[in-house]
Design a protein around this ligand. Structure first.
Ligand code: FAD
Ligand code: NAD
Length: 486
């Protein structure tokens, strides 16, 4: 029998780092907490890998982007874990877990027991092989999920200046990497199966504006098709990408971003899985009472929408981690996880944030031009449920998050489009609920400047990281259309 800990976190990514900080804040004792991570480095802010890490000059490197710098907290270096009596088992994969016996076995063969287990295994990148295409292991084919992928990509970029890149997939990785490749003077062709980029979230109108900008930077889009095979040279390097429509694209390097698969395999048959993730309740507790799940791997109830969701974004990883630790350490003081989904991205000089849910009818607003402020509202069953904003200020992002969380009534879609951002501002300025807890703008300013360090150049990033609004929505019925007509 190996060691025993009170708390074990399996996985050492974003959520694990934020959980560790929260454990120390809640008074964990020396030797009680162990984090086991397959990666050889302490938890870091993964978003930096597709942004500051790929810059041609002065790229961001560790230790500057260890967690929890993304929310302007301390930088948790390996020394920090040591000083706080936290066992950090790096380069160690958890091979199996026996949930019934509260034990796990690591890749070194050690059996470790726990009182509480937190699953923070995140996800892995989907491989082309899973779609019947061979050749992912070629030295110039790059995925981007972890630091070793990012190191490979940065090396391949450096040795292919002025070369041709083919980017497979038009999601977050595709768009952010394509921008980084252009900044590195590489010619980019993007291959996407759908009609426009980032179709999971963006409307065709928003996507078209971004695609037009990419085109103005020389990026070519090949849409409505998928790749079927690679051409290789005698060194097994990819030289071209063959598409289903018969096109052949010359390639010095290939970047693949075709989605992810949550790392649940250790728990299949032991815990309830829903929507591809470990099903947890509003305390982030799984179907076994001593096991919790956080981050990309957790499917949790989003109270605001009365639905189970699994999210793949850093804000939810950070906040679900804090909530789980609080629920474990201070169960009597911890309520339900009440989360407003928040996504953001940055490419070239663009920077956007989205809050809420992208369902229902969409209304666009603002000036749809590069360098201008524009956005969209999603309205479902007469209530505002989602807001997208490009180019906003810190205060404007704070405003849209608050307004979206309040789910105000919308009666007139044309009026909503005309009012644009003013709608959210009016909703927030007229809120009458007393129990409102808002992030101090000074805190947001500090967060933004810290983030600039890891994701240069400076842009408003994820303005809201802590508590946003705890408002009783039912107490506030903002009958916007009627009010305007009065
Ligand atoms: P991860 O951060 O993936 O961590 C999981 C960890 O578990 C990894 O270290 C993994 O090695 C380890 N692990 C897995 N299985 C085992 C095992 N059996 N034993 C031991 N260790 C194991 N989100 C945004 O909102 N905005 C962004 O701009 C943004 N940019 C991104 C850029 C990139 C390149 C990537 C890849 C993601 C980005 N994301 C972004 C998404 C965000 O990073 C994830 O939502 C977040 O990292 C999820 O945190 P996590 O802790 O759940 O998982
Ligand atoms: P994604 O789900 O955002 O996009 C996948 C893309 O691949 C889609 O455009 C899809 O149509 C396309 N696709 C699927 N199968 C394909 C195939 N066989 N051939 C070609 N294209 C195919 O996933 P991603 O871009 O790979 O990102 C991976 C993860 O990283 C996601 O969880 C994402 O949320 C996260 N991430 C987030 C951010 C951010 O929030 N700013 C940035 C980077 C990464």
């Amino acid at each position: 029998m190996g060691r025993a800990f009170v708390y074990v976190i399996v996985g050492g990514g974003v959520a694990a780092g934020y959980a560790a900080l929260e454990f120390t804040r809640k008074g964990v004792s020396d030797g009680e907490l162990c984090i086991i991570s397959e990666e050889p480095v302490a938890p870091y802010e993964r978003p930096a890998l597709s942004k500051g890490f790929l810059l041609p000059e002065d790229p961001t490197r560790l230790p500057s982007f260890h967690t929890c710098v993304g929310s302007n907290d301390e930088i948790l270096t390996p020394k920090w874990y040591k000083e706080h009596g936290i066992e950090l088992l790096l380069g160690t994969r958890v091979r199996s877990v026996d949930v019934r016996r509260n034990t796990l076995v690591s890749s070194t063969g050690e059996t470790i027991s726990y009182n509480f287990l937190i699953i923070a295994t995140g996800a892995r990148a989907l491989k082309l092989e899973e779609f019947g295409v061979e050749g992912s292991d070629a030295e110039n084919v790059c995925y981007l999920r972890d630091l070793s992928d990012a190191n490979k990509l940065a090396t391949v970029i450096q040795s292919n200046s002025n070369g041709n890149a083919v980017v497979i997939g038009g999601g977050y990785i595709g768009m952010e990497c394509a921008a980084s490749l252009v900044i590195n003077k590489i010619n980019v062709t993007m291959v996407l199966p759908g009609a426009h980029c980032m179709a999971r979230l963006l409307t065709p109108k928003i996507a078209t504006l971004y695609e037009d900008y990419y085109s103005s930077k020389g990026v070519k889009f090949v849409k409505g098709t998928v790749m079927t095979s690679f051409e290789f040279d005698s060194d097994k390097k990819v030289t071209a990408v063959n598409l289903k429509d018969g096109t052949q694209l010359p390639a010095d390097l290939v970047v693949v971003g075709i989605g992810i698969l949550p790392n649940t395999s250790l728990f299949e048959g032991q815990l309830i899985i829903e929507k591809g993730g470990i099903k947890v309740n509003s305390k982030m507790q799984s179907s076994d009472s001593s096991v919790y799940a956080i981050g990309d791997v957790a499917t949790f109830p989003v109270k605001l929408y009365g639905e189970m969701r699994r999210l793949e974004h850093v804000d939810s990883a950070r906040k679900s981690a804090r909530h789980a630790v609080s629920a474990i350490m201070e169960p009597e003081k911890t309520g339900d996880f009440d989360y407003l989904p928040c996504f953001y991205s940055r490419f070239f000089a663009f920077s956007w944030q989205f809050y809420g849910d992208h369902v229902g009818e969409v209304v666009h607003f603002g000036e749809y031009e590069e360098g201008k402020v524009f956005g969209a509202y999603w309205v479902k069953e007469g209530h505002l449920v989602g807001t997208f904003l490009e180019g906003g200020s810190i205060e404007e992002y704070e405003t849209i998050s608050k307004a979206t969380e309040m789910k105000p009534v919308v009666t007139d879609m044309e009026e909503l489009a005309r009012e644009g951002l003013r709608f959210a501002q009016t909703v927030v300025s007229q809120q009458v609920v007393p129990e409102v807890e808002v992030v101090q703008s000074s805190e947001i300013m500090r967060q933004t400047s810290t983030v600039a360090m890891m994701e240069k150049p400076l842009h408003a990033w994820h303005a809201v990281s802590g508590v946003v609004v705890a408002a009783s929505v039912t107490a506030f019925a903002f009958w916007y259309g009627n009010k305007k007509r009065r």
